[in-house]
Design a protein around this ligand. Structure first.
Ligand code: GAL
Length: 677
């Protein structure tokens, strides 16, 4: 179990470094990331490298028994680079240049940027591949973070090449994008621009490909650096830091290229529910590389500086969130950054060693956590033992995020909400790509899988036929992977297993708008008020009781008399129509829910489906602010709520070896119990 943070010693006079080492040892630090923003310090001008300081830093770390995760520093080209080569600067969607003076000022497709970055990485790895302090390589930093999309001329050239490779011919591209409509037909690849802002909606197929291209381009940068590092003979793992359910990068596609998954997570201390979102991203990180423990590369020791209100973490909150990561598969806990900056943009961001010194709550909590992690036995596997999986696809998110649908739904919010529904019930869950092997699971939930490739549809159907339980929820299987309807209406690819098809989507006014009173026909706020067009929700009566449906109330066509109607809409324009259907296909069952439930509805629906699939909560706990996770045989229980939680549970406390038959947890208290000992 490693413990540490970003060490940026170039900000400080060298006389401070020995104190850094002493304090790091005191805090139990075992590994730090070095050099993440140090390009300008390492290479003061083109062709000139200054290694002496970095040699001393790495030697010092080694002498103190601390490893370095050596960063490649390529996320921050220095001003000399962008001044000498302004063509490497990125552009926004109106073609305006984004200048240097902050960080990440480069166009990912720029050949000049790639050359300069390669030269830097080559020089770094030649110098340090064999350095005994180096335990890991971290390429760049949070690829795509500030610059989600680049629309520069470099992007235009690269996008055209990407499209040529994908489609071969312009005819194929024109067909896939449906460019005969609105006179968008291209007669040369050179006419294609990287989806810059236009007077009105951009072509959906083009937008989707531009997002694929962007994710692939960023991944190409990682692979470029990784290959340089590996081919120089470095034997350490090579990685980069992810950002949870980050929209622009399809981490399903990225994960196999990394030796180990790293994530950055900044749960909002002001939000009492932010631990739930953190649980989602931690489950995602574990799921991206199952059975390989992952690394929490960044979190805040206390407050951040970039929200409108930057509340400090409550006492114990930092440790609770750190242990949540360990419980969900992490073997390394780090922070941004070691010593709080005195100058620059992040001077108000907390550090492990605060500006106010060591007589501080932050320092005491940092050293206490170091001690805790040091005393933790190896946990081995990261496997959760989950029998439930939520299937989601970044491509579905990209397609849904484009305009011009019957209603606006935010997949980036809804997928974590489905996860939260299970999390509230202590039902363990993994995340999966819909085309991956599902044989470990008894229940797969596929919510709002709007874009569904043939491969994913076959995989999900195969899962059902082989005996699995599949729950598909509204606005799924709507389009193919070009964002076009399949022939034969809506919802074609899963039709055989679901036994139903959608006739109309029946958009409902989104809940936020309805709360604001803009929902036509509903000024009463009453669920049962009769509504005309513009209604806000459609209640459902089902085996899970009553649930409120939002966003869509789809009119279904039941295609086979053997399809069971388990639930019906009980209000709204579809009152009496099927809302939840069940079909048997092969050895398994497929349910279709024709709306998107609210939070309580999601909890009921998922709880019911789990019970149907024979899956029980991992532990009965007093309330849903108490979280339980499994890592192999180790159960971690954390109480995030203000109510103390006292209840019976047996196991052996992992650090002390004491047998336990009940727990008594105040807010942010946690306990790890080995259930096999
Ligand atoms: C991350 C970034 C770090 C630091 C941190 C602040 O996105 O990688 O360098 O800026 O945010 O919370």
């Amino acid at each position: 179990m490693h413990y540490g943070g970003d060490y940026n010693p170039e900000q400080w006079d060298e006389s401070v470094w020995p104190e850094d080492m002493r304090r790091m040892r005191e805090a139990g630090v075992t590994r730090v990331r070095v050099g993440v923003f140090a390009w300008a310090r390492i290479q003061p001008e083109e062709g000139v490298f200054d290694w002496a300081w970095l040699d001393r830093v790495l030697d010092l770390l080694h002498e103190n028994g601390i490893q370095a995760s050596l960063a490649t520093a390529t996320a921050t080209p220095p001003p000399w680079a962008t001044t000498n080569y302004p063509e490497m600067l990125p552009q926004d969607d109106l073609g305006s240049t984004l200048w240097h003076g902050s960080r990440q000022a480069y166009a990912p497709s720029s050949p000049v940027y790639r050359r300069l970055a390669s030269e830097l990485v080559t020089a770094l790895v030649e110098r340090y591949a064999q350095h005994p302090a180096v335990g890991m390589w971290v390429a760049n930093n949070e690829y795509g973070c500030h610059l989600n999309y680049d629309y520069s001329d470099n992007a235009a050239v690269a996008f055209r090449e990407w499209l040529k490779k994908k489609y071969g011919t312009l005819d194929a591209l024109n067909e896939a994008w449906g460019t005969m409509f609105w006179s968008q037909r291209y007669t040369s690849f050179d006419q294609i621009v990287p989806m810059r802002r236009a007077p009105y909606s951009l072509n959906p197929g083009g937008l989707l490909d531009f997002k694929r291209f962007t994710s692939d381009t960023l991944l190409e940068l990682f692979v470029m650096e990784r290959d340089i590092i590996k081919s120089a003979g470095a034997s350490q793992p090579v990685t980069t830091n992810f950002m949870g359910f980050f929209p622009p990068a399809d981490y399903w596609k990225w994960a196999p290229e990394l030796d180990v998954i790293c994530d950055d997570n900044y749960a909002d201390p002001n939000d009492p529910e932010s631990f739930r979102g953190a649980a989602f991203t931690r489950d995602l990180m574990r799921s991206l590389k199952k059975d390989v423990p992952w690394v929490l590369l960044e979190q805040a020791p206390n407050d951040v500086n970039w929200r409108p209100t930057n509340a400090p973490k409550a006492p114990g909150q930092m440790a609770a969130l750190s242990m949540q990561a360990v419980a969900r598969g992490a073997d390394e806990i780090n922070f941004f950054q070691w010593r709080q900056s005195r100058r620059g943009s992040e001077r108000f961001h907390s550090g492990m060693l605060p500006h106010a010194g060591t007589n501080t709550r932050t320092w005491r909590e940092i050293t206490a956590l170091g001690e805790t992690l040091k005393n933790l036995p190896g946990l081995g596997t990261s496997a959760s033992g989950a029998r439930i999986a939520i299937a989601f696809d970044w491509e579905a998110r990209w397609a849904l995020d484009a305009p011009d649908h019957p209603g606006e739904i935010d997949y980036g919010v809804l997928i974590p909400r489905w996860h939260a529904a299970l999390h509230r019930q202590q039902l363990l869950v993994d995340l999966v790509h819909p085309a991956e092997d599902l044989s470990d699971y008894d229940l797969v939930i596929a919510p709002h899988l709007y874009l569904l490739s043939d491969e994913s549809a076959e995989n999900l159907s195969g899962f059902v036929r082989a005996g699995g339980n599949l729950l598909v929820a509204a606005f799924s299987d709507v389009v193919d992977d070009t964002d076009s309807f399949r022939e034969g209406g809506f919802q074609v690819a899963l039709r055989d297993v679901l036994g139903v098809a959608v006739e109309e989507f029946g958009a409902l006014v989104p809940p936020e708008a309805a709360i604001g009173g803009t929902s036509a026909g509903d000024t009463t706020g009453s669920a049962s008020a009769s509504r005309g067009p513009g209604e806000a929700h459609a209640d459902v009566d089902g085996p899970f009781g009553a649930a409120r449906g939002e966003f869509f109330a789809e009119r279904l066509q039941v295609l086979d008399p053997s399809v069971e109607i388990l639930g019906r809409f009980s209000s709204g324009r579809l009152a009496g129509e099927p809302a939840l259907t069940a079909n048997r296909a092969g050895e398994g069952r497929a349910w279709y829910l024709a709306t998107i439930p609210d939070d309580d509805g999601m909890r009921r629906v998922t709880g019911w489906a789990a019970a149907e699939a024979g899956i029980a909560p991992v532990l009965e706990v007093p309330n849903d602010m108490v979280e339980v996770s499994c890592r192999g045989d180790v159960l971690t229980i954390i109480n995030y709520g203000s109510e103390p939680a006292r209840f019976a549970v047996t196991g052996t406390e992992v650090s002390s070896g004491e047998r336990v038959s009940s727990v008594d947890l105040d807010q942010y208290d946690w306990i790890m119990l080995d259930q096999a000992r």
